[in-house]
Design a protein around this ligand. Structure first.
Ligand code: SF4
Length: 291
């Protein structure tokens, strides 16, 4: 464990941005006192005037006017509140900012603005962001490196462009195949990998490969009994799947959702499997990313 002092300095170096800005901001504090807290706790400005000057700079950095100082969280829109949350995180000059679903609670029209702001801040301040998100478009946009998690464990890790161009893990393939393509011709030919069955409990994951109960490429018996390690198949591209090479070389072919269901003894409605929305909104499958 860390001592009190170490914990304090670690906390300062690592800050969080939360999914729901309203519930993460104290409704009884105005913006000035919300942001001042961290600055004062870590002695980062001298006196009230110094702190206020710093807060105005931070508000400016996140695109809010200095008139925001005296206002309260409920007086702002969702996107503005997320900007306040970002300013609060930046106030203590962190090295790493962990953003847990930073835009998923915002209107789609506002999401892009907040993503752009995060990118600008990352460039200007040399920050590292660790972004946890389900929305693959957001992940792709803001990440240099993407790690894909299934049931709380990393199953694939690669540079963002590489991962989207050549997903290797069956779960990543299924996630990618659920994302619609804007080009209608490509969209028509797009291969969709439907997953079947319920998501098992992360507290009690399946034996062998965690994904074997839903994997269209599952092979007897290794997938059921032997936990695949992360292996680096290409420079900077790691995957935890026993059969990744054969799947990639098309030596193995995926079973349909119905076949997987029959093998696992689960019933699938005639429309088959999960649709993209369900898959991405399940709230439990996770893609963690950083850049
Ligand atoms: S190890 Fe087997 S079950 Fe797991 S992802 Fe690879 S093919 Fe599927």
């Amino acid at each position: 464990g860390l001592s009190g002092k170490e914990l304090r300095s670690t906390r300062r170096r690592m800050q969080m941005i939360f999914q729901d800005p309203l519930s993460s901001l104290d409704p009884r504090q105005n913006v000035e006192s919300i942001i001042a807290e961290g600055i004062e706790a870590h002695g980062l400005a001298s006196g009230r005037d110094g702190a206020r000057k710093r807060i105005v700079e931070l508000l400016d950095a996140v695109g809010l006017p200095s008139s925001a100082l005296r206002r309260y969280p409920h007086e702002f829109s969702g996107g503005q509140r997320q900007r306040i949350g970002i300013a609060r995180a930046l106030a203590v000059e962190p090295d790493l900012v962990v953003a847990d679903e930073p835009v998923s609670a915002l209107d789609v029209s506002v999401q892009a603005q907040v993503v752009t702001l995060l990118e600008e801040l990352q460039r200007q301040l040399g920050l590292t962001f660790l972004v946890i998100a389900h929305d693959l478009a957001v992940v792709r946009h803001i990440s240099e490196t993407v790690g894909v998690m299934y049931l709380g464990a990393l199953v694939e890790e690669a540079g963002s462009d590489e991962l989207y161009a050549q997903p290797l893990h069956p779960y990543t393939r299924a996630l990618m195949s659920a994302v619609p393509v804007p080009d209608p011709e490509v969209e028509d030919r797009r291969e969709r990998i439907l997953l079947t069955g319920d998501l098992p409990s992360p507290a009690n994951p399946p034996t062998g490969c965690r994904f074997h109960t839903r994997c269209p490429w599952r092979q007897p018996t290794r997938c059921d009994t032997e936990r695949p390690e992360m292996r680096e198949l290409m420079a900077g591209h790691k995957v935890a799947c026993h059969w990744a090479e054969d799947i990639s070389d098309l030596k193995l072919h995926p079973k349909s959702a119905d076949e997987v269901a029959a093998e696992q003894g689960v019933y699938v409605a005639s429309t088959g499997g999960l649709d993209a929305g369900q898959l991405l909104d399940s709230g439990r499958d996770q893609a963690a990313t950083n850049f």
